[in-house]
Design a protein around this ligand. Structure first.
Ligand SMILES: *Cc1c(COP(=O)(O)O)cnc(C)c1O
Length: 404
């Protein structure tokens, strides 16, 4: 018989009861170090005092009122995000896919309002992930996710990642813009070279296209800067955010420059829940922490420590790890073809460490942004033991001999 909870996930048999910082405890008392953070979402870790207090206080006053009325918590949060980003205006929604749907609509609306309704197509990339709703799914373009759900939404052209010639060749009279993750997350923790992002920006300017960035996974400090595109020194026209923006509370946003935002007039887009008092209380708590002086410098520092430790780990286990990739606290271990990332994930769980598998046989590490160097050292020691579990006995004996 089918489970009451629809079985759309292959879940690990673990249920967490409580957490503190980067640590989680299961109902049966086992302790885990959380380097998955609910898929790069619990940015402040678990049981964060300020975040939980802000949510509890807000819940005691008013949870929901709808966008028929002013929502001061949303006005404050939008102002703070405008101050801390390229954007002139922000629309709040509830998830990453919903943010991307809105971003796609914003791009199309911009051209329609500028007299070019025929410019509705977005150039997207192989290995992308933009979410599971119909247009986001079409933008994702992964056959495995599209299968069985009817004709994909029209208007998305896929080209190889990091290939300017392919991008230029894909431009036609119907092209509206380019949609890209600064670091492909689900697709395998694959960073777009900064040069590629700059070239895309210049090309969009040249052709009058909009640059639409999906920073659902990379945003709000995850890369060591508030937004990952800041590493490239560019600004998009429009951007989506979610995951870390609410610290684990469902919240997403469409961030836009005025030339894009001004066309989303009253009645053109909406959400019943979006930008509600409770979600925005969570969002404001996250901003209190992440935008505090020195916080992002600390993220960058810890991230570099993790990067170096992972490089050393990879050097120690060449039969398991092929390379280290990513940016900030969104890092991946690309594993050797003989080693399966699901097995590695299970081996890490057996050692007490939570990670997340990603595409291209990558094991993804996306810890809470509040971790310390000591947390990193502990996680890498657990990964070391997980690697040993996956190392063939002969190679293991050889490695030990070499280490002595
Ligand atoms: C997770 C993710 C999404 C989808 O977000 P949901 O909240 O699951 O809808 C979209 N884009 C990127 C880059 C993501 O990592």
């Amino acid at each position: 018989m089918i489970p009451a909870l629809m079985p759309t996930y292959n879940r690990a048999d673990l249920a967490f009861e409580r957490g503190e910082g980067a640590r989680l405890w299961t109902e049966d008392g086992r302790r885990f170090l959380d380097f998955g953070a609910g898929i790069a979402t619990s940015s402040l870790g678990h049981g964060h005092q300020h975040l939980t207090r802000m949510i509890a206080e807000q819940a005691g006053k008013i949870i929901h009122s709808s966008n028929l009325y002013r929502i001061p918590q949303a006005e404050t949060l939008a102002r703070r995000h405008v101050e801390n980003s390229f954007a002139d205006s922000v629309f709040f929604c509830n998830s990453g896919a919903e943010a991307n749907e809105g971003m796609i609509k914003a791009v199309r609306k911009y051209h329609a309002e500028n007299g070019h309704p025929e410019r509705y197509r977005l150039i997207c990339f192989d290995g992308a992930f933009h979410g599971r709703t119909m247009a986001a799914l079409a933008a994702t373009g992964n056959e495995k996710y599209l299968a069985g759900f009817g004709p994909p939404v029209e208007g998305f052209d896929h080209v190889p990642f990091d290939n300017m010639n392919a991008v230029r060749d894909a431009i036609g009279p119907n092209t509206a813009g380019v949609m890209i993750e600064p670091v492909q997350g689900e697709g395998g923790v694959r960073p777009a070279p900064l040069r590629f992002l700059r070239e895309l920006r210049a090309m969009c300017d040249e052709y009058g296209l909009l640059l639409a960035l999906d920073e659902v996974q990379t945003g709000v400090g995850r890369s060591g800067k508030m937004w990952a595109h800041q590493w490239a020194g560019i600004e998009p026209d429009v951007m989506s955010s979610a995951k870390g923006i609410g610290g684990g509370f469902p919240l997403g946003g469409i961030f836009a420059k005025e030339h894009v935002a001004k066309h989303l007039k009253a009645g053109t887009h909406g959400s019943t829940y979006g930008g509600g008092p409770l979600a925005c209380a969570a969002g404001n708590a996250v901003m209190d922490v992440v935008s505090a002086p020195g916080f992002l410098d600390r993220v960058d520092q810890v991230a570099r420590h993790l990067w170096r430790a992972l490089l050393a780990l990879a050097a120690k286990h060449p039969t398991v790890i092929e390379d280290v990739r990513g940016a900030g606290l969104l890092l991946g271990l690309k594993l050797r073809p003989e080693v399966n990332n699901g097995e590695m994930q299970n081996a890490a769980v057996a050692e007490g460490l939570l990670t997340v598998a990603a595409g291209m046989n990558v094991l993804r590490l996306a810890p809470p942004l509040i971790i310390t160097e000591a947390d990193v050292d502990e996680a890498v020691a657990l990964l070391d033991r997980a690697c040993l579990r996956l190392t063939p006995a002969g190679a293991q004996a050889g490695a030990q001999a070499a280490a002595q």
